[in-house]
Design a binder for this molecule. Structure first.
Ligand SMILES: *Cc1c(COP(=O)(O)O)cnc(C)c1O
Length: 363
């Protein structure tokens, strides 16, 4: 095969982003300033129904500071999925609290409400659902559990900008929600994170924590970090935000095409209450997933990813003996195919032909 490789993910950076960075460079004001403030307002209006947003230097910082701002710390337990990127549980552990891993439901790869309920103890302080791959977690059932047990809800919306559950944008359900702005996410600022908050107290604490505990220069009110976003990054993010609706629509159209044409693999179902924004288009290959991935890459030059091959609870950093059967099955079966908005029709056709050929050959 001599066809050029199809990338698994592709950040789209245009002349508008370059011009925006140049504008900030020429202004001479590079650190957190007016661009960050404008980005926070625009993000809030576009993606969190007006909830206040606080920009930070990464999604991981956003989770960490959000938890600190919410008062999570030693002695607390926070229920998280094991089937996610390690930043979810890491952020809990870094506060001194204990991440408690619960299993996922098999259709959408998100926290299983029944498993969450079973994991609640007298130490449980919160639940951190992940809207994995751009599909929302079941916020109705998780919200019910949280209310009944007096728990807080922290959304890891790193992969789910503009996804909705029952018509409401993700990021508007929890005490706070974090959106990642890493280059492979649905929009980027280079590196960065945005935290949407439910109330003014949490917002104030987040703003303090990201800036050494100061709102006014040298009047440090509490012990904080430097997790500020720069105006350079915010300028990129502001442009990307204007392009997000078009990209989301393109991801959804690409996914619909794959849904309609793939054969012999399990395509991703979407809950009736949800809109999926397809950060990843993740299929299940129940037999010999690794052979399938190797063939896709090496024989057909189709880039693809396995997110995530090792569940968090089995990573050396956590090393817990737990029985999470759906988590284990997902880790063994998932393959994410290219779905990003830069794909051409010719590339989509090649992806379909490759998957169907490998799946058919294996059947
Ligand atoms: C990307 C990601 C994060 C961390 O975001 P960064 O911006 O890379 O720090 C956290 N959780 C999930 C589910 C992610 O995909």
């Amino acid at each position: 095969m001599s066809a050029s490789p199809i990338a698994a993910a592709k950040p789209l950076i245009g002349d508008e982003e370059r011009a925006a960075v140049d504008r900030v460079l020429r202004s001479g004001m590079l650190a957190q300033g007016p661009e960050v403030a404008a980005f926070e307002e625009e993000f809030s209006a576009a993606l969190t129904a007006g909830r206040a947003c606080v920009a930070v230097n990464s999604g991981t910082s956003g989770l960490h500071l959000g938890l600190l701002a919410a008062g999570i710390g030693p002695g607390d337990e926070v229920i998280v999925p094991s089937f996610t990127f390690a930043a979810t549980a890491n952020s809990v552990a870094l506060t001194g609290a204990t991440p408690v891993f619960a299993d996922i439901e098999p259709d959408h790869f998100c926290l299983d409400p029944a498993a969450v309920e079973a994991a609640v103890t007298e130490r449980t302080a919160g639940i951190m659902p992940v809207h994995l791959y751009g599909h929302p977690a079941n916020m109705t059932a998780l919200g019910d559990i949280a209310r009944r047990h007096g728990l807080r809800v922290f959304e890891d919306a790193a992969q789910a900008h503009a996804a909705t559950w029952q018509g409401h944008q993700v990021g508007t359900f929890g005490d706070f929600a974090m959106f990642s702005l890493y280059p492979t996410k649905n929009m980027t600022s280079g590196e960065g994170g945005m935290v949407a908050v439910a109330d003014a107290d949490l917002e104030r604490r987040l703003r303090l924590l990201r800036n050494q505990g100061m709102l006014r220069q040298y009047e440090n009110e509490l012990v904080g970090l430097n997790n500020r976003m720069t105006d350079l990054h915010a300028a990129i993010g502001r442009v990307q935000l204007t392009k997000l609706p078009g990209w989301t629509k393109q991801r959804q159209e690409n996914a619909a095409f794959l849904d309609a044409h793939l054969r012999g693999v399990v395509v991703p179902p979407v809950a009736e209450q949800a809109t999926h924004v397809y950060h990843q288009y993740t299929i299940r290959v129940p037999e010999d997933r690794d052979g399938f991935v190797k063939a896709l890459r090496e024989e057909y030059a189709v880039g693809c990813g396995v997110y995530y091959p090792i569940p968090n609870h089995r990573l050396p950093s956590f090393a817990r003996e737990l029985d999470l059967p759906e988590t284990e099955r997902a880790a063994a079966e998932v393959v994410s195919l290219p779905v990003h908005p830069a794909l051409t029709q010719e590339e989509l056709d090649r992806i379909v032909a490759a998957v169907n050929a490998i799946a058919g050959a294996g059947a």
